[in-house]
Ligand binder design. Structure first.
Ligand SMILES: *Cc1c(COP(=O)(O)O)cnc(C)c1O
Length: 352
């Protein structure tokens, strides 16, 4: 049931200007967006309006204190034109978890779910159908309230914008195990999808790129001893036939793809371990040939295979497998997302 969301329709559609056969990721936007304002101590009713720029005062707290959080999700269209989301309630819950940590007021569930539902319904013609493409959805909240005083804002905006996007896949990536910089620290905001977490990654990632690596493997901030995330994705490692990933903590984002992959792997009878993985263990496994695969996991790419890693000036190359866990897991998860397979876990959310 979608509660009534006020809709102000765009006068003209931009859809005919878009080349749906050559979509990049997240760079063209649909005709409408959902907007919901927090003022006078409460969230006002969300509404759908034409996609448009936002005007803010130079003293808006987002600019100075970085009170900003977001989510990333996708809408998929099956062969019959039916539209689905994937575990959207998990994104809603995580948005409020991030909000709590950034002292942003909690958003009511119906505002998120009904607003999202109404927006995706309205924009359903924008959901691309070429293989691997989808409508990328970006819900976000930021401090729109004014003041140079370093304190939480008294006004916020919750917005959902959508971008028809092609496949994120850009081939295997070579990664660098980070020994100097940290993405997140104990007691910090690493578990939240806070904008500032990503700003802090850009510089170390650029340094790695200058050395020929496309991505950074983040390690614990204490001793850089354990691997934690692959760029802005969770990280999986396969040693022999065991699939492992780090346990979530203060510093690791609790990815929906990560937990879905763990469930699917178990369903496939693959041995899984959620435990700390040391860099030492990884290097030893690479040397003795038991390290079979590494990959990142997140909504955008689903699974992003890693070709090898650099550590202490040494490069370690992973084998080319014909039956990789990465490709099997990606197929199983996308088959559920695009309604090509039975949804035994109840993850699909139809948008009618
Ligand atoms: C968003 C994100 C992930 C992946 O989360 P999903 O819910 O799978 O998209 C992993 N790590 C970081 C740092 C992220 O920002």
């Amino acid at each position: 049931m979608v509660n009534n969301i006020a809709i102000e329709k765009a006068k003209t559609s931009k859809i005919h200007e878009v080349d749906f056969d050559n979509l990049s990721f997240g760079s063209v936007y649909t005709d409408h967006m959902l907007v919901c304002d927090y003022k006078n101590g409460e969230w006002e009713a969300p509404k759908i309006v034409p996609y448009q720029p936002i005007t803010l005062d130079p003293s808006a707290k987002i600019f100075h204190y970085g009170q900003s959080i977001f989510e990333g999700m996708k809408a998929y269209k099956d062969e019959d034109g039916k539209v689905f989301l994937f575990r959207p309630l998990e994104n809603f819950k995580r948005l409020n978890k991030s909000a709590e940590r950034l002292a942003i007021p909690q958003l009511p569930e119906s505002f998120f779910m009904d607003g999202l539902h109404a927006l995706i319904q309205l924009e359903s013609d924008w959901i691309p159908t070429n293989a691997g493409s989808s409508l990328y959805i970006r819900p976000f909240i930021f401090a729109s309230g004014n003041g140079f005083h370093a304190s939480p804002a008294n006004e916020y905006k919750f917005i959902i914008a959508c971008a028809p996007s092609g496949s994120y896949f850009s081939g295997k990536v070579k990664v660098l195990i980070e020994e100097t910089y940290s993405r997140a620290a104990n007691g910090g905001v690493g578990y939240a999808k806070a904008g500032g977490n990503y700003a802090g990654q850009f510089y170390p990632t650029k340094l790695a790129a200058d050395k020929g690596y496309q991505q950074v493997i983040w390690t614990d901030d204490n001793a850089h001893e354990y691997i934690e995330e692959a760029g802005a994705m969770n990280v999986f490692v396969r040693i022999n036939d065991t699939l492992m990933t780090a346990p979530t903590n203060d510093r690791i984002l609790d990815g929906i793809t990560r937990k879905s992959i763990l469930d699917i792997a178990k369903d496939e009878g693959i041995k899984t371990e959620v435990r700390k993985i040391s860099v030492h263990e990884l290097v030893e496994a690479a040397k003795n040939g038991s390290l079979k695969e590494m990959f990142g996991a997140g909504t955008a790419a689903v699974v992003s295979p890693i070709s090898g890693f650099g550590y202490h000036g040494e490069d370690y190359t992973l084998p080319e497998l014909t039956n990789s866990y990465a490709s099997m897991l990606k197929k199983r998860i996308t088959d559920i997302q695009y309604n090509r397979a039975e949804d035994k876990f109840g993850w699909r959310y139809p948008v009618q």
